[in-house]
Design a binder for this molecule. Structure first.
Ligand SMILES: *[C@@H]1O[C@H](CO)[C@@H](O)[C@H](O)[C@H]1NC(C)=O
Ligand SMILES: *[C@@H]1O[C@H](CO)[C@@H](O)[C@H](O)[C@H]1NC(C)=O
Ligand SMILES: [Zn+2]
Length: 993
């Protein structure tokens, strides 16, 4: 799909391609022209056809925060924690590249490179540009960071990739565009990531970690390189990605680490000296190379010469690598058939492509990851649940902020609430981007680093608030100070708890109406709520329960939350209403079109009756009669826990920790017992575990609000708390989880689609990442749980779905972080308390997606609620705009407005996404047409240019290498002429020279 739409052309609408998916279709407004250019400089060293070619790839793996914060890593601060300083690495590498034009280096994390670049002189910048143009310094991956794959949401991943890749393109042009995606460290690999990389124009993908059983099988079968078909919805080869498994994680072969942090012997090549070791080094190297060639298909193999934060003194590495290449290749005159060369992942990929082979096809994903029989990296799916939620809500803030920057125009940067600059939004963008790192949102960093990520997010949002306030004031016509209540999740909002009159303003970032319950802590029970027209709005005051008792003790001022729901008849609606003076002492004015009374029992979709579990009295069961089809249905929900393994075990000494999940028995302990109350149903399992079950009148989902913590550790056992739903659904060992919030994959207990699993951990080995939803189903029913953050979970029994909520552990799991996952804070010295929501829906499988797709989007992009104190002055009331919609009309249900953000002064980046998977919905998995001219209410579209998913390539410049799958399917679609712009073309040009 290549093309640009200009105003003169008659295309004012765009047909989404057929499959439902999720074809991300980003457009950039305005007439933008591009100039094609042709690669001219050969950058890959020649290889030798009849020989085994060993591609040495010098690299460093620079975590964007882990044991140290991202800032400490950049400067090399706190070397007492870990010796690592990225600024010195880049200084040293550039210096060493200049010493020998044969040398190569790859760089990955733009978060670091960007900082370093800003500090260089013009001369140095020009030198580096030259290195990049000549292919001596090559960017791979190139996102702001190397994102985690299990716990990230696709929308945030696309943003962070876009930011890194945009900097590279702006700075280096075409030569700075990475051709290869490089996720050498993440702990398992998501299919959606592969799909995104394909749509971002990458030609190949390399990683280091996969299940040890899978790896062993692939080595024997020579299937370590494959074609990953990463979408069931996109037509091949749109989401096909060539994928390679690196030979030794991302480390150099044993005995060949020449970094200052390693102890391997240097090459001592003075033959007059006693310790001359060239023969020994060459022999060992040839042995390793031949061994490696046995488990790969072609006469090319790759070796990653580097590791974590290496190359700070690059001379050590390069001096020895120069010699290695010289001495190993000298053996060719003695009949050796091994040829060693400096290389990069894209040069290696190029050779694999030239081999013109067929490759095995991969359709599922690489979760869960185990590095040994009792070592499943499934704990981090849930680790640091509060940080995971904060990251997710920050994404919602950021998207709202970007939309409001566009809708507000220049006023957003210089309104009444302060002047922003170009950094205003980028603070938030950068904070979100580093939070995607595989030791950030994953929860596998040290505590002080987790605090730093959270601090950066808070700082980013504070900057965004200026912009948001400016825009809202301009759009609403009211310059009353705007108050943000960021602690509504724990029922804290000083304004609503103390003010006698206040107004609420709601901004919905979705492009369709939503109904969203607003719960505010208030001080008293007599409230009157009116909409802009003075019409009374129904509401209900609910007293807090014992479930909140812990929070109560911490926040003595905690007041009963007030419930009401807000329907949004139009998308992108901003509403701000003056309150009307009714004669009741406390009242709330709120923007409502119409409203619903919140009450139990609930109607419309369900009728609920609760009972205690007949057999155990330990879980809460609900029988549901759906009023539409009169299906009656029973499920039970209870919270339980696993005790964590402390390593004291005959099978393995592996402990449960930040990365690894390993319970010490396979049966969860039910946590105490339950009681129920009328209005909302509350389950109080113990002083530290409770749950409130709610159903809003107009909602199709049951809300389970869980509160867990502080997890007691007085018995010296770490604990991992789960929520388990047991139902009568006949799920036959099969369940479903989403991939990065997008396509859904089928999972089966004790089974992997691509190899014969020997299951060694009945619980942890059946856990998968859940980013936004999971479900079980049979012919008649589907029970879906939508989560508000990434969590781990599985279906251990038929009809059951369990999701891990919180973990508190007393041991480090020996994967490097060196701390037990035992979160406390100033406010929670006894241990972190976490609260979250699960939304449960029950539908016939055929229509389930029609409910859970929009539901999940509503949780990901939730309305921004802001407040103004008091009544707006009556005299200004006429000018105050009551409603505003940035869109001319609601978008079709299948279309999700993924991105609206200012690109440059006159240009807006827009991403529209077909959000349904192929054939998951009869109604919505159909092609759909959107008229871009008629999209926005306040913006005129002058022209449109289409780009790839990461917006670093014009769609009509986008050509990818063409790979053949073993099944015999050959994908065509790349023409020779366009190849001139692809890596293939670059190499072809080089050949001709
Ligand atoms: C690739 O292999 C196919 C047969 O599988 C052959 O027809 C084709 O010519 C080969 N292409 C090149 C460039 O060698
Ligand atoms: C990439 O950078 C080049 C050179 O600055 C520019 O011409 C091109 O338009 C940019 N591409 C995109 C997609 O922004
Ligand atoms: Zn890492």
């Amino acid at each position: 799909m290549i093309g640009k739409i200009h105003k003169q052309m008659s295309h004012d609408s765009w047909l989404f391609s057929k499959m439902a998916t999720p074809e991300y279709t980003p457009f950039v407004f305005l007439l933008l022209l591009f100039q094609s250019s042709v690669w001219g400089v050969p950058s890959c060293h020649a290889t030798k056809p009849g020989m085994l070619n060993v591609h040495l790839v010098p690299h460093t793996h620079d975590d964007v925060g882990w044991l140290k914060t991202v800032d400490q890593y950049f400067y090399g601060d706190r070397n007492d924690i870990q010796h690592a300083g990225v600024q010195y690495i880049l200084d040293s590498v550039v210096d060493q590249l200049l010493k020998n034009p044969d040398r190569r280096f790859i760089y990955v994390e733009t978060a670091f490179f960007y900082r370093w670049w800003k500090q260089q002189t013009d001369d140095m910048q020009n030198t580096v540009k030259q290195l990049v143009n000549e292919g001596r310094l090559e960017f791979v991956n190139g996102g702001w960071c190397m994102s985690d794959e299990a716990t990230t949401h696709y929308s945030a991943v696309i943003d962070q990739m876009t930011m890194g890749l945009r900097f590279l393109n702006d700075t280096f042009g075409h030569c700075g565009r990475p051709r290869v995606a490089w996720h050498i460290d993440p702990f398992g690999h998501a299919r959606e990531h592969a799909s995104m990389f394909a749509q971002m124009g990458y030609d190949g993908f390399f990683f280091g970690r996969l299940d040890y059983q899978d790896r062993n099988r692939r080595m024997v079968a020579r299937e370590q390189e494959m074609l990953w078909r990463a979408s069931e919805s996109l037509t091949p080869p749109m989401a096909d990605l060539f994928t390679g498994i690196l030979p030794n994680g991302y480390n150099p072969p044993e005995g060949f680490c020449w970094d200052q942090s390693c102890d391997d012997p240097p090459i001592r090549d003075d033959p007059d000296l006693e310790d001359y070791n060239v023969d020994d080094v060459v022999t060992r190297f040839l042995h390793i190379a031949h061994g490696q060639a046995l488990v790969y298909k072609t006469n090319h193999i790759i070796m990653t010469m580097g590791s974590d934060f290496q190359y700070e003194n690059a001379n050590l590495w390069y001096k020895n690598l120069d010699k290695l290449i010289r001495y190993v290749n000298q053996m060719q005159s003695n009949g050796s058939e091994v040829n060693v060369l400096y290389s990069t992942p894209s040069c290696y990929l190029q050779e694999l492509h030239r081999a013109n082979l067929t490759w095995p096809l991969k359709g599922d994903d690489f979760f869960p990851y185990a590095d040994s029989a009792h070592d499943f990296w499934t704990g981090y799916f849930t680790s640091r649940p509060a940080l995971k939620r904060y990251e997710r809500i920050s994404n919602s803030y950021l998207q709202t902020c970007k939309q409001l920057e566009v809708l507000g125009g220049p006023i957003s940067r210089k309104g009444p609430f302060g002047a922003g600059d170009s950094e205003t939004l980028s603070k938030c963008l950068k904070a979100m981007a580093v939070a995607q790192h595989h030791d950030a949102v994953s929860g596998t960093e040290k505590q002080h680093v987790a605090n730093d990520y959270a601090r950066k997010l808070a700082n980013g949002w504070a900057h965004c608030q200026v912009l948001v306030s400016n825009t809202l004031s301009s759009l609403s016509g009211s310059s009353a100070p705007r108050v943000y209540c960021e602690h509504l999740n724990i029922s804290v909002c000083p304004l609503t708890e103390t003010s006698k009159k206040f107004s609420v303003n709601v901004y919905n970032p979705l492009a369709r109406p939503v109904s969203w319950p607003v719960r505010l802590p208030v001080n008293g029970t007599a409230y009157s709520i009116s909409d802009a027209k003075g019409k009374a709005v129904d509401s209900q005051v609910v007293l807090t329960s014992t479930g909140l008792y812990y929070l109560l003790s911490l926040y003595p001022s905690l007041s009963p939350p007030l419930h009401f729901s807000l329907p949004f008849p139009l998308s992108l609606s901003i509403s701000l209403y003056p309150s009307l003076s009714l004669s009741i002492s406390l009242y709330l004015s709120i923007s409502l079109y119409h409203s619903f009374l919140f009450s139990l029992p609930f109607h419309n979709y369900f009728s609920l009756s609760f009972s205690l579990h007949p057999s155990s009295l330990l879980s809460l069961c609900a029988s549901i009669v759906t009023l539409r089809d009169f299906l009656s249905y029973l499920f039970c929900v209870c919270l339980s826990r696993y005790n964590a393994s402390d390593g004291n075990n005959s099978e393995s000494i592996q402990m449960s920790g930040a990365y690894i999940f390993r319970p010490n028995t396979s049966t969860p302990f039910i946590i105490s017992k339950t009681n129920s109350v009328v209005q909302e149903v509350r389950q109080w399992f113990s002083p530290w575990v409770s749950q409130v079950v709610r159903l809003y009148t107009d909602s199709r989902a049951l809300e389970l609000e869980w509160t867990v913590g502080p997890v007691p550790i007085g018995d010296d056992l770490g604990k991992e708390v789960i929520s388990r739903l047991d139902s009568s659904i006949n799920s036959s060992g099969v369940f479903y989880t989403d991939s990065n919030g997008r396509e859904v994959l089928q999972r089966r207990k004790d089974y992997r689609p691509t190899w014969n699993l020997r299951q060694s951990e009945p619980i942890a080995g059946n856990y998968y990442p859940i980013n936004s939803r999971a479900y079980i189903k049979d012919d008649k029913d589907q029970l879906t749980v939508v989560t508000d953050r990434s969590q781990g979970g599985g279906s251990i029994q038929d009809g059951s779905l369990e999701i891990m909520l919180h973990r508190r552990l007393l041991y480090d799991d020996v994967r490097g972080v060196g701390e037990p996952l035992n979160e406390t804070s100033d406010i929670y010295p006894e241990g972190l308390v976490v609260r979250g929501r699960h939304l449960l829906s029950l539908s016939p499988p055929a229509t389930a997606a029609d409910t859970h797709r929009p539901l999940a989007q509503e949780v990901v992009l939730q309305p921004l609620i802001t407040f103004t104190d008091g009544e707006l002055h009556p005299s200004t009331r006429l000018e105050v705009r009551e409603r505003f919609s940035g869109l001319q009309a609601v978008l079709p249900p299948a279309v999700h407005l993924l991105t609206v953000s200012q690109w440059d002064q006159d240009t807006v980046l827009l991403r529209l996404e077909h959000q349904y998977q192929a054939s998951e919905s009869k109604e919505h998995s159909q092609p759909v047409t959107v008229n871009l001219q008629k999209l926005f209410s306040t913006l005129d579209v002058l022209g449109v240019s289409e780009m790839n998913l990461s917006a670093n390539q014009w769609k009509d410049e986008m050509t990818r290498l063409d790979w053949k799958a073993e099944s015999g399917t050959h994908h065509t679609g790349v023409t020779n002429q366009l190849c001139l712009l692809s890596p293939l073309g670059r190499m072809k040009t080089a050949d001709l020279l």
